[in-house]
Design a protein around this ligand. Structure first.
Ligand code: SAH
Ligand code: SF4
Length: 375
């Protein structure tokens, strides 16, 4: 067992639990330290990082630019890659949404989605990867396929980074690259805080993957402590909070673990986050027909948010187990109009790829029937 301390971070154990120390879970300074400990010059670390983040090797021995002898010593010392294997791929009819089911080293399954957007006249599409941070989710939201499957385990940073690189490698073959990253797949990122932030630091590090912090959004169901901690990090990532209801009783019906946090406290947290980071928080609101989508709900939401400066993202629900229905377009636009009339910034996010089970957790559920039927 090794202990690592870098940039104020402490990770008790760099092994990912399968007898492998994954290089994708390590910050550049940690790779420098490994290289130094093994008696190699520092530029070897740059070679390793270059290979990892430009060629996406599937094992240490195939890192061509690193001398074979050193690759072998790395491998003999337990360093590796630990790539997940793709066991299922679904592509939407328009080709812009791709959903993968990935099998991790211990056999657990997670979903990762690529959503592309290509306005006319633009050469390269915006390519957003949506990553999972947990296997299942402990929050149990009633409209969410992941929430309904229960919780299995947290993902390690390398398993989060690996999801992004899986798509980065696919895109590279087409001359494209990952432009944006959202933590909106399976699981609650702020309930797996340390590994999520470690993954963000690796993915944004200029010597590693190097994606801009401002191109990342972390979505949370409202883990208050995590939001406060995130505001204190030196990170410029976007934050989205899933609100889904204009009052506490309705919110607790949809998010049974919403617990003591009131909608008022969530709105106050968005203000504090903005004050500390200068970044506006997006409030997500899944529209569920005849549950939280009435004009009265919209009025109540408008009153709650007036003068707060938050932006609302309305998401017509992706039906999962069949309990909730997606509202008609008329009801969606009526809801939007009421918010806009009250001066609240608001957009409707139409979840794409509905025919390929695009709601988080749906593909895994379709594939295995939930968590119980693992593999
Ligand atoms: N756990 C975090 C991030 C993952 S879920 C969170 O809850 O914010 C990402 C987003 O997808 C959340 O806003 C969530 O409410 C939404 N979502 C989950 N199931 C959905 C469904 N069936 N239809 C539409 N949005 C859904
Ligand atoms: Fe978990 Fe988010 Fe799904 Fe709720 S919506 S169960 S917090 S993944």
């Amino acid at each position: 067992m090794t202990s690592t301390k870098t940039n104020g971070f402490h990770r008790e154990n760099v092994e990912c639990g399968y007898g492998l120390k994954s290089l994708y879970g390590m910050l550049p300074a940690e790779i420098d330290a490994v290289v130094g400990e093994m008696g190699q010059p520092r530029y070897r670390a740059d070679q390793i990082l270059h290979m990892l983040y430009s060629e996406f090797p599937r094992d240490v021995l195939s890192m061509r630019q690193v001398p074979l002898e050193f690759r072998e010593s790395l491998s003999a010392s337990g360093y590796g890659i630990g790539s997940a294997s793709e066991i299922h791929r679904l592509v939407s009819e328009d080709g812009y949404t791709t959903k993968l089911l990935l099998k991790l080293l211990d056999g657990t399954l997670v979903e990762t989605v690529l959503m592309q957007y290509k306005p006319k006249g633009v050469a390269h599409p915006r390519s957003t990867v949506c990553v999972s941070t947990q296997v299942g989710c402990p929050m149990g939201c009633t409209f969410c396929a992941t929430g309904q499957m229960g919780f299995q385990r947290n993902l390690m940073a390398e398993e989060i980074v690996g999801q992004v690189l899986h798509f980065a490698s696919l895109l590279q073959e087409r001359g494209e690259h990952v432009t944006n990253l959202v933590f909106m797949g399976m699981g609650e990122p702020l309930a797996n805080y340390a590994e999520t932030i470690r993954a963000v630091r690796i993915l944004t590090h200029p010597r590693a993957f190097g994606i801009g912090q401002r191109h990342i959004t972390i979505s949370t169901v409202g883990v208050m402590q995590g939001i406060e901690r995130l505001a204190d990090e030196d990170l410029q990532v976007g934050l989205a909070i899933s609100l889904h209801a204009p009052n506490d009783s309705l919110r607790r019906r949809l998010i049974p673990t919403a617990g003591v946090n009131s909608v008022g406290e969530i709105v106050a947290a968005t203000r504090r986050y903005f004050k500390k980071t200068g970044r506006r928080v997006t409030l997500e609101y899944a529209l569920l027909e005849e549950v939280n989508d009435s004009p009265a709900d919209a009025e109540e939401l408008a009153n709650l948010l007036k003068g707060n400066g938050a932006h609302v993202n309305l998401i017509p629900v992706n039906p999962t187990a069949g309990k909730f229905r997606r509202p008609s377009w008329k009801r969606v636009t009526a809801f939007e109009r009421i918010l806009k009339a009250a001066g609240i910034g608001c957009t409707v996010r139409v979840e794409k790829g509905i025919e390929i089970s695009a709601a988080c957790g749906q593909l895994r559920t379709d594939f295995t029937g939930g968590l119980k039927a693992k593999n």
